[in-house]
Ligand binder design. Structure first.
Ligand code: HEC
Ligand code: HEC
Ligand code: HEC
Ligand code: HEC
Ligand code: HEC
Length: 228
């Protein structure tokens, strides 16, 4: 294997491609195979690529080395999601930047289950490995139902859908304030606080706490929409 990778590298003359990071220049040329948890294109099209969160940011290694063996040397293990342990490793990698999300996640029933060696949702389950997916009120219920199949008003999936619906409306309302909305600045502040607090609680997956946070802002939502 190592021999094949070295041959690859010597044939490719990477620096001639003109990018400082050899991981991306080389991996862009590798045919996608079943071993990939995410393709080069998944990363390239993600928000992470736009904000320069690249292969080294998550995998470590040496982004200046032209030979795969050298580049891969010292890569941080991110796991492959196959075991509870590897899910915890991967979550830790994401958590190195998303510290607030990780801290909330570490309080969740999901995290507790992983620590006990059981299967539970981790970052990849909802965002994919490169964080390129963001759930919406249309997709969230189906994702939860993968492990929480119960149906009905008070089921995990139904509550998650309602939560994201209100949360998304609230965040849009405060980001794009409608000039026709009859709200004073204290009320805008309540909406903003409600959305921020709900988002801060979300990754702990304590749906009661999230619903409590949203309850402060919800009565203002119709007014906040104004003529929209
Ligand atoms: C010269 C080419 C080349 C460079 C440079 C390179 N890789 Fe790779 N990488 C490969 C090949 C080839 C594989 C094996 C893929 C396969 O078998 O389909 C691989 C596999 C991997 C794997 C899978 C884990 C493993 O060990 O099998 C990861 C993760 C990875 N590379 C990340 C990186 C990162 C991060 C960098 C930069 C620090 C990098 N690569 C630089 C060619 C390269
Ligand atoms: C935002 C973080 C992130 C970025 C950026 C990222 N990866 Fe990954 N990658 C992961 C995680 C996490 C996994 C493990 C799968 C999982 O648990 O989600 C993974 C898995 C892989 C695998 C499969 C590993 C295996 O053992 O099968 C390869 C290969 C790989 N990444 C290469 C790359 C390359 C090349 C880049 C840059 C183009 C890159 N990754 C960018 C987080 C990232
Ligand atoms: C090196 C730092 C870094 C690492 C590691 C990292 N991220 Fe990010 N991530 C960012 C930045 C910067 C943004 C841009 C928005 C922001 O500031 O939150 C972002 C944005 C996101 C978004 C929002 C995407 C959107 O379209 O709105 C998600 C989801 C996300 N990351 C998930 C992950 C996951 C999952 C992992 C681990 C596999 C991860 N991140 C690892 C820095 C990082
Ligand atoms: C069970 C599903 C699930 C898991 C597990 C999960 N998330 Fe999320 N995440 C969501 C949802 C839903 C949102 C809200 C989407 C939105 O912004 O509309 C979100 C939002 C985010 C955002 C964007 C926040 C913002 O302000 O817009 C980031 C970054 C993020 N998650 C990172 C992570 C990281 C890191 C992990 C692992 C420690 C993780 N998530 C685990 C479902 C999940
Ligand atoms: C990969 C499987 C998996 C996925 C997907 C998943 N969960 Fe979970 N969840 C679990 C496990 C396992 C537990 C622990 C159950 C226990 O301890 O009895 C749990 C527990 C919970 C709990 C606390 C206990 C309860 O049943 O009220 C909440 C809330 C929760 N999950 C919300 C969600 C939400 C919201 C989603 C979707 C965004 C989601 N989960 C997706 C596996 C998953």
């Amino acid at each position: 294997m190592t021999g094949r990778i070295t041959l690859w590298a010597s044939l490719l003359l990477l620096p001639a491609l003109g990018r400082a990071d050899t991981c991306t220049t080389c991996h862009a040329l590798i045919p996608q195979t079943a071993v990939w948890e995410h393709s080069f294109t998944d990363w390239q099209e993600s928000l992470h690529a736009q904000v320069d969160v690249d292969c080294v940011s998550c995998h470590g290694g040496d982004g200046d080395a032209a030979v795969a063996g050298d580049a891969h040397h010292g890569m941080t293990p991110v796991g492959g999601g196959k075991s509870a342990e590897s899910r915890l490793l991967a979550a830790k990698v994401c958590g190195s930047c998303h510290t607030d999300k990780y801290r909330a996640f570490a309080r969740s029933a999901h995290f507790r289950r992983l620590v006990e060696g059981e299967t539970a949702a981790y970052c990849h389950t909802c965002h994919t490995s490169v964080g390129s997916r963001v759930l919406t009120q249309e997709t969230v219920a189906a994702t939860c139902r993968g492990c929480h199949p119960t149906r009905g008003e008070r089921s995990v999936a139904a509550r998650a859908e309602r939560v994201l619906n209100s949360l998304t409306r609230m965040r849009l309302a405060v980001t794009f304030r409608s000039p026709s909305a009859p709200l004073n600045s204290a009320q805008w502040e309540t909406l903003h606080h409600s959305a921020t607090e709900a988002m801060a609680q979300w990754h702990a997956f304590d749906l009661d706490a999230v619903e409590r946070a949203l309850a402060q802002g919800r009565p203002l939502l119709s007014a906040a929409d104004g003529d929209r």
